[in-house]
Design a protein around this ligand. Sequence first.
Ligand code: AP5
Ligand code: MG
Length: 208
Amino acid sequence: MNISLLGPPGSGKGTVAAKLHREFGFFHASAGQLLRREIQRGTQLGRKIRPIMERGDLVPHEFAVGVVRKAIKSRPKVVLDGFPRAIAQLRHMEDIRVDRVIMLSIPEREVVRRLAGRRVCALGHNYHLQFLPPKRKGFCDYDGTSLRQRADDHPVAIRERFRVYQRQTRPVIGHYRKKGLLLMVDASPAPEKVWKEVRKKVRSAIGG
Ligand code: AP5
Ligand code: MG
């Protein structure tokens, strides 16, 4: 079974996906993280997409679908974090199954608070200075690497990511709603509460 996790920037997709990996064994494919890895490695693709991601726009659909397709090849159980995010991407992904879609809903003002305090490690583990602090200040609990702010977590890019979400991703959510695949989760409460809700919905969807 594949689950797509959608929601505005900062709604907690990465945080929930990490839990789905740890507790249910889903392979975590974050489109954003896969693309950021290309930038970190300095590949040709990475050099092309860097300015696009830093200003908060979507990268060309074939690149996004391409990195996801490659990462999930022969994985039986995947959480697609932030994918697909535009109706045009649906046309490129006939071979990528989506069985359920979890939509994390959250008001815009809460997102700004979350993204301002977010810190990430080089491998993409997420923390928050106040809501989800690491055990050792400034370092990742899992791999010990140092924590930093993301290049697109500045106010101009955050606003653009929001605009892109409203314009491009909301229609995708409408598409899955019509297909009866949508599970809505209120993502405003504390992380443990959000996770309880997601876990309940996933258990009932997979019949566990
Ligand atoms: P992506 O990396 O997916 O960024 P995003 O959608 O803007 O979402 P974020 O990663 O910022 O937030 P999140 O929802 O994962 O929240 P998190 O768990 O970190 O995409 C980045 C870019 O890549 C895009 O702009 C685009 O350029 C490109 N891209 C990606 N996918 C693409 C696609 N399909 N097509 C084309 N281009 C694509 O949580 C946020 C913070 O809040 C953290 O600090 C966390 O600790 C904290 N937190 C989490 N949950 C809670 C809670 N319940 N209460 C309090 N704090 C919480
Ligand atoms: Mg994320």
